[in-house]
Design a protein around this ligand. Sequence first.
Ligand SMILES: Cc1cc2nc3c(=O)[nH]c(=O)nc-3n(C[C@H](O)[C@H](O)[C@H](O)COP(=O)(O)OP(=O)(O)OC[C@H]3O[C@@H](n4cnc5c(N)ncnc54)[C@H](O)[C@@H]3O)c2cc1C
Length: 492
Amino acid sequence: QETCERTKVAVLGAGVAGVTAAKSLSDNGIDDFLLVEYQDRIGGRMHDVGFGSGPDGYPYVVEAGANWVQGTVTGDGPENPIYTLAKKNNITTLFTDQDNTTYFDESGPANYHDAIQEFQDALEKVTIDAGSLLKHNIQDRSFRAALRLQGWDPAKNDSHRQAAEWWLFDGEFAYTPGESSEIFTSVAENATFDYFSEENLFVFDQRGFATIIREEAAEFLVESDSRLRLSTQVKGVDYRKDSVTVHTNRGCIDADYAIMTFSVGVLQKGVVEFAPQLPSWKEDAIHSFELGTYTKIFMQFPQAFWDNAQYLIYADRETRGYYPEFQPLDLPGVLEGSGLMVATVVNDQSYRVEAQSFEETQAEVMEVLRSMYGPGIPDPTDLWYKRWTQTPWAYGSYSNWPPSTSLQAHQNLRANVGNLFFAGEATSQEFFGYLQGAYFEGKHVGETIADCLHGTGNCTVSDEQQKYPVLTGVTPYNLYNYEHGWFVDTIS
Ligand SMILES: Cc1cc2nc3c(=O)[nH]c(=O)nc-3n(C[C@H](O)[C@H](O)[C@H](O)COP(=O)(O)OP(=O)(O)OC[C@H]3O[C@@H](n4cnc5c(N)ncnc54)[C@H](O)[C@@H]3O)c2cc1C
């Protein structure tokens, strides 16, 4: 019989949710915890990396993972906690201006601004319709169906409209409208961009965006803190009513509670063996939500050859989503003189691109860029991207709700099993996919467990999170409440 190390709370994963959970334990007087992390760093899907070479010979720091503060604050209104942390750490950002865009197709510069406007109008109408479905307890449907109902139904070969749709939808949610929920995509959009603000801030800080979470960790961890267990892989979790045992490649941990923050992709791949097997309502929930992929292809060119625009959007005649978005980083006031540019693909194109070599991808990207800027532009001196679909600690980028799901189905993703709790961007009802989702969920679960540890009485029973072993398809409007993880009033 193996002797396990003892702690009160095992926090599994040191991304935004895990670090925030541990910090809220610490803030609430619980210092006996272990923070267990697969990688040799904290931050998770906040992932700054060195790329290319700068004037002093050192690489630039670029963001392979989260890159924007999405939603800031309006007036004296509620402030996005990620924005609060970005301000606290003086993170360098560029105000994203989607109007500062140049449009292209296979024959060079093109004008499809009308298509963009048309799609924006349709989006607005869908959001209103979604609110009405939710309030009247009506079955969810696909975002595609909702768009058609509002008169947006571009032909497959209408590459301009397809590009407009890709840019404003797939480029944000990493799935097509057909693969996304009308109600909950609208909720995510509303929560982040109406409740906080429409502002997006693009981070290009040379300390890396994850500075914000490293600094959060530094507030409760001392240097070389023995409670932080980097390079430690969780292989199994045994859960019970009153305790949890975590099995890692470096031994086991007995804890009163554990907080699981791994991505939905990691949970779906069966990397962690649960004992007993997870109940079917939990298994169903894990497999019912999707993890989208957003792939950023970083390139360094000998010099900038592009328009001084924040975005260059390309409409491919044949394939929707084929290298549709380019973001120059070498712009006045940004990484000037760097020659850096990012191309983005998502979803099916991510799987395709991530499965091929950098050389193959470079040949494809350059063919597109030459159709935009002519044959004379140079090849990049460097090209790199992170293969999110193949990354064993993530298996994708951020989560998405498929059509015809319900708040109850999602509540099952959040709900605890015995003393094993779940938190992360995907468990957030309103801010799933975003950093603030991971933050809110981590903070909430840390506070809940601190309460349990301080409390008298049988906390695991009295504080058990709601779950729905039987799903009826629609969640009554009155259940959109705090107990169901509906923290802020985002339905107007
Ligand atoms: C390419 C990309 C672009 C994005 N863009 C944005 C953006 O612009 N704005 C925004 O708000 N959000 C963005 N996101 C989403 C945002 O990054 C996530 O929502 C957030 O970082 C998730 O935090 P988390 O703590 O829930 O999960 P994670 O960051 O995944 O944390 C989980 C941790 O668990 C660890 N782990 C996994 N498996 C194991 C194991 N077996 N054993 C031990 N540890 C394990 C992981 O290494 C990781 O550190 C983006 C994400 C990606 C990938």
